[in-house]
Every structure is written in C-alpha cells, then in structure tokens.
Design a protein around this ligand. Sequence first.
Ligand SMILES: [Mg+2]
Length: 357
Amino acid sequence: MRTKRTESFDFSSAIERGELTLLSQIRKRAARVSEQVPLGIGDDCALLRLSAGEDLAVTTDLSIAGRHFQLDWHPPESVGHRALARGLSDLAAMGARPLAAFLSLGLPRGLTAGRGRKSAGSSTWVTRFYDGLLALGDAYKTPLAGGDLAESPVALSDIVLAGAVPWGRALVRSAARVGDAIYVTGTLGGAAAGLDRLRELAEAASAARGQVGRTKGLRVSAEMASQLAAHLYPQPRVEQGLWLRRRGLASAAIDISDGLSTDLAHVCEESGVAAEIDGNLLPVHAGASLAQALHGGEDYELLFTAGAKARVPGEIAGVAITRIGRVVRQRAGRAQITLISGREKAALEAHGWEHFS
Ligand SMILES: [Mg+2]
C-alpha cells in the first residue's frame, strides 16, 4: 500500500506557520516505529510486517460531516475516536490483530486554524481530532502510518486499517450453521440512545440562544461525555475478536455497526441461514429502548455464532457475552430473522443504518 510522505500532508493553498506546525506535530506524534510498522510516515510507503503464514486484513471507512458526525455537536476528539473505532471494530470482527492506520482528511480552512496566535497548531479542531484518534490508537497499539491532508469544502475523513490474521483463520460472515447459538458482546442500543440525547442537548442549547437552525456548537462537559460514552467513545472489541479466533470458538462473526437487525441479516444472507432472536435475552444498554437495541447502529459490539455445544464463557476480557438466539434453516415463508417475545413471534425487518438511504 502506497502512503504519501509527510511533505504531502499539505494544503492546496498557501501554507501558514500554524499549519506547518500542525504537520510536523502529526508526524512527531504518529512516528512510532515498532515491530509491526518498521517504517511509518516519512518515506514513499509505509512498511507493515506480517508474520509468516498471515493474511493482511484491510478495511476502509468514510466519515462525512453532516452525515456521520455533526461539527456542531460532536467534540472533535470523539470524531477522531469514532473514525478509528469503526475500522478497529471491522478488524475485531475478523479476529485480526491491528497493524496500522492510514488517514486522509479533507477539512475546511476554519478547522485547521486556531483563534489566537498561541493556539496555532495547538488546540484547533484538527489537533483535537488527532488527540482522540491517537489516544485510541495507543490503547490498541495501532500507529498512524500515513495519510493525506487537504483543504475541502466539507469536513471528511477516510480511514484505512490494516491488520493481520493467520491464513484461513479469519472469522467470516458466511460460516454460521443451522443449530448454532447467536451471541453478542457488551450491550446494545447505547450509541443510538446517546445520539438521541446529544441531539436533544444540541437543540436545547441552540433554542436557548434563540438560534434555531443555526447552532453554534454544543459544549459537551466531561460529565455529559461520560454519560454519552457509548455514542461518543465506543470501544472496539479487538481483544474479544482475537480471543474468539484463537480459541476457534466462533463459526461466524460480524461487528454491529449498522444495527443488530441489519448486521445479523448480513450473516444470514452470507451463510444461507435464518435466525431467531429472543427479545427477552437482549442485553439492552441502560437507558436505551428495545428498538434502539434492535436497530440502533454504531454500538461496535461483536455478533458471533458458535456451535450449540461450544463452551462460550459469560465474559471475555472483561466484556459480557450474551446468548440472544439461534441459527435456523432458511425456509420459504419464514422471515430471515424472527423476533420471539414470550409466546409471540414476529418477523424482524432490518431497520438499521443504511448508507445513502
Ligand atoms: Mg463491519
């Protein structure tokens, strides 16, 4: 994979002192050579080191202001964190160990400039974005090994994550078997509930200023951030994915990025099976509704299937594991996913996040 030189972290228009500071800061903060990345930012390509017998796992995600995040609501640290979390979650779902991240950013000029001379390159939107992204990268040993930066009319980030997984051992969506049990990590619906709450707070703040439709930025306090953590700072289940892959316990896996109903449907489709979910077993996040747990996206939990006799523990690396249903045969007239609530059975339509819907 080709990544550009640090020099190519540059803006199409005139370079100001603050921006030069920013570019060298990014390089300094990202340039951590390690066993997995023997050569990072600064040459024509980054070098990633695989062990013998490993496949390279690659995933990419685009986040656009107004579509995937709101400049008025989301703290920049959260936008950076979520961009990386989404990619790490995809690696987790494959049972891959993260190697490195590559980030291309397009930003309006206002987001790279500080307000005062002192703040140039120190506490701008973009440096706070990197604060969030690099902190999560540190936590999961995923260095930033390259990327690009350009001026853009709309803020957007495009992230590529590379990981490694032993040949033929990746967890895939297509291997669920009839009779398997279905499990999820953690709790569901917290991100959707947090997003709703964040929207309410932003609207209330803007109404209080008499500026409906012209929000000027919600100030998210540390207390609010911790209450909304499931949405603002979701934790990718990297360790849980690695654990499942090493133990060979899971038959199929996916991460819940678009909502349980949508992501489970992907597993059913790829595996040629149907599923039954027991509504009473769902680990609904405190403060979230059943609908949010079923359809809310961005929880970044893992959904996996395992043989009925597999000994799946109640917890993996500190995160609860809950059995929520089972894999059944596909049959004409049977819904792809059936939701069981007590004695009632109903078809569960996929209502999660669908891109560009
Ligand atoms: Mg995914």
